[in-house]
Design a protein around this ligand. Structure first.
Ligand SMILES: NC(=O)c1ccc[n+]([C@@H]2O[C@H](COP(=O)([O-])OP(=O)(O)OC[C@H]3O[C@@H](n4cnc5c(N)ncnc54)[C@H](OP(=O)(O)O)[C@@H]3O)[C@@H](O)[C@H]2O)c1
Length: 333
């Protein structure tokens, strides 16, 4: 377990790093992502921050950015309006950041929700709870590869906040759970998590500079968890949002979570070992910052090429979304 004090000390050391880290946050309008963004803006030196909000949350998010500008005027804070429940909107985000930057050092992804109220497909024909937690996240990694591989730091960071280490049964015959008999809010959560780990591992193997963390935060007292409470999901003793964001930032910036020969961000805290990667090459991390092991399931899937099947299916989904055009003004969500 990494103590909160260690996390806070590490995060404070961000101020000693070279100026101008470029970070993109997807999901920072609320909860863990919002807190991670606040901690990053507080500690980083002249950060160049890009953050995504869907139209309904643009005003409140711009207010947050205004307060961050006041507390750290050395940073730049750019809001990109996009609804990441649509895969095609990710391309809009990537296009916006590519106009201004040639590199991305940190990609932080925490958008997502549990679909307690049932499946309501987007105009792309996908379950938005799966899109926010799987398709759009992987589309962001795929489309940002040139910028990530051009990062100023030796090991650019990708952090996905969901349920790393909690991969479970995968419906291989119906990957996007199209059959109503296969879909439930729980199945779509497990499917997003499992496909996420397999696809992120594939990216890690093909892009050895990338540091990828898939974090399971455990219960964190966010607006998302408050909503889950209305549907009977109220786990005891959740972590505070403040702590969740601090721990998320630690995972995104500590060289404890780094590939061999990588690093370049905050040196690993004294007394802690470098974290152990999964057999597929990413960091599956538990709520308190330790590596978890789900090789019993993952190794078998990799051996059977399920990771390749998942990615091949995902690319077909991306192609179908691209074919439908990108006119977001038609979106009804
Ligand atoms: N909190 C926990 O206890 C917990 C535990 C395990 C895993 N997780 C996972 O960790 C991630 C972050 O959780 P959190 O508690 O910080 O969540 P949160 O407070 O609900 O924030 C979720 C983020 O996702 C965006 N989002 C939600 N629904 C969306 C939709 N339909 N379309 C587009 N964007 C949408 C939100 O945007 P808006 O602000 O515009 O709504 C917000 O930026 C989620 O994927 C969650 O499933 C959370």
């Amino acid at each position: 377990m990494v103590s909160l004090q260690t996390v806070q000390q590490s995060n404070a050391r961000l101020a000693t790093l070279p100026q101008g880290l470029v970070a993109l946050f997807i999901g920072a309008t609320s909860g863990i992502g919002q807190s991670a963004l606040q901690h990053f803006a507080q500690h980083a030196s002249s950060p160049r921050i890009y953050t995504v909000a869907r139209p309904a949350t643009v005003v409140s998010h711009e207010n947050l950015l205004t307060s961050l500008r006041q507390s750290n005027p050395t940073g730049t804070y750019n809001l990109i309006t996009a609804d990441v429940s649509l895969v095609s909107e990710i391309d809009k985000v990537v296009n916006a950041i590519s106009q201004k930057e040639t590199r991305v050092d940190i990609l932080f992804m925490s958008a997502g929700f549990m679909a307690f109220e049932g499946r309501k497909d987007t105009r792309e024909g996908l379950d938005p709870s799966m899109t926010t937690r799987y398709y759009s996240r992987l589309r962001a990694v795929q489309q940002l590869l040139p910028l990530l591989n051009n990062a100023a730091v030796p090991s650019p960071r990708v952090i996905s906040v969901l349920a790393g280490g909690m991969e479970g049964p995968l419906n291989e015959q119906d990957l996007d759970l199209r059959d109503a008999n296969n879909w439930s809010f729980w199945n779509s959560s497990v499917q997003s998590t499992t496909m996420g780990t397999l696809a992120l591992e594939r990216f890690a193997r093909k892009n050895p500079r990338l540091n990828i963390v898939h974090w399971y935060p455990g219960p964190v007292a966010t607006p998302g968890l408050a909503k889950a409470g209305k549907f009977g999901m109220s786990p005891p003793n959740p972590m505070s949002q403040e702590e969740g964001g601090a721990r998320a930032l630690f995972l995104a910036t500590s060289d404890r979570y780094t590939v061999p020969g990588g690093g370049g961000l905050v040196p690993k805290p004294d007394g802690l070992e470098v974290a152990k990667k999964s057999g597929g090459g990413i960091f599956l991390i538990d709520p308190l910052g330790e590596s978890t092991d789900n090789e019993g399931l993952l190794a078998e899937w990799r051996k059977r090429g399920v990771d390749e099947a998942v990615w091949s299916f995902t690319q077909k989904v991306f192609a179908a979304c691209a074919d439908q055009g990108t006119d977001s003004s038609k979106d009804e969500l």
